[in-house]
Design a protein around this ligand. Structure first.
Ligand code: PMV
Length: 320
């Protein structure tokens, strides 16, 4: 009745932004991501007849606020098994929480895998990704390593992720931590506001489906420049859509723009570097892994060493 799992964060190259079904967390568009080795969550779940309430500890501290979400998530397993047993959940995040680094992705993927094992439900990866989805949309993709596509589907069972490439080639990311504080507006709230008020939202959905087709062709060719161009523009389109919401949603900070300018200069020097940003000010640079240290050197002129993280592609969720 006890198991521990490790899941890695992922960064979307084709973003998911906006839900078709809030309750089931079914998105309006399919998305595609790269799983990262450097950022992950380890979570232990122990079901016990000796306790009458769930307990949740994040980074060794009791966290009664997140507990509500954790309990609701564990109910998915309890309902399926028709049990009432409560659980003690201990989670360690090796990701700056809620800073647009997809901590919720690794968190819910690890929780799903640990609960799956501890409860004995033994779902396969595909079904596990539908469970993770209900914790956090991007967690759907963190069940897998490499390059992952989340096919939007149109029901609980058909909205899941699959690995489309092991990414065992020269590809990586440089992550620049601009600000690791909690984000100002949660992705859930920001998405809703965008869907309801941005005049550009329908174009976002339409364009992202085309971006997905194009990026999959570029991935097949291992064409890092094409992959980078498509993902950079996809991120800008997502942010442009949010900027047009009412009230507007803006995750850029001055230092985010500084990183973007450095990336553009690197490209003028012939280095294949492309930026992407999520629901936070941090910037992730997609590049050849073999160029990552050159890119880091350049960033060191403006940023602290501890705020620049080079990472290769990460593996799928594991029981540890
Ligand atoms: O996983 P959520 O529901 O917090 O949404 C994440 C949304 C983005 O990170 C901005 C994009 C994505 O596809 O991961």
């Amino acid at each position: 009745m006890k198991a521990k799992a490790r899941a890695h964060a992922n960064i979307a190259l084709i973003k998911y932004w906006g839900k078709e079904d809030e309750e089931l967390s079914i998105p309006n568009n399919s998305s595609l991501s790269l799983t990262l080795e450097a950022f992950y969550t380890e979570t232990e779940v122990e079901f016990s007849e000796l306790i009458s309430e769930d307990e949740f500890y994040l980074d060794n501290r009791k966290d009664d606020i997140t507990l509500l979400k954790v309990s609701k998530f564990l109910d998915l397993f309890r309902d399926r098994l028709n049990i009432k047993t409560r659980a003690i959940v201990k989670s360690i995040n090796y990701v700056p929480t809620a800073a647009g680094l997809a901590s919720s992705a690794s968190a819910f993927a690890a929780l799903a895998a640990a609960a799956n094992k501890a409860s004995g439900l033994n779902l396969n990866d595909k079904a596990l990704s539908t469970f993770a989805r209900k914790g956090s949309g991007s967690a759907t993709r963190s069940i897998y390593g490499g390059i992952v596509e989340w096919q939007k589907g149109d029901s609980d069972q058909t909205s899941y992720a699959i690995e489309i490439d092991d990414a065992n080639w020269d590809i990586g990311m440089v992550v620049v931590l601009v600000n690791s504080n909690e984000k100002k507006i949660s992705s859930t709230k920001a998405m809703k506001q965008t869907v309801l008020t941005s005049p550009y939202y329908p174009s976002w959905v339409k364009d992202s489906e085309k971006d997905l087709i194009d990026i999959k062709a570029a991935i097949k060719d291992r064409d890092i420049r094409k992959i980078g161009e498509i993902s950079e523009r996809n991120a800008l389109k997502m942010h442009a859509t949010m900027l047009a919401a009412k009230p507007p949603i803006m995750y850029f900070e001055p230092n985010s723009i500084l990183v973007i300018q450095i990336v553009q200069q690197l490209r003028e020097k012939g280095i294949a570097a492309y930026f992407t940003m999520d629901a936070g000010p941090n910037v992730k640079i997609l590049c050849k892994l073999s160029d990552a240290n050159t890119i880091k050197e350049d960033l060191l002129k403006s940023f602290d060493k501890k705020d620049i993280i080079v990472t290769k592609v990460g593996p799928k969720v594991q029981i540890i």
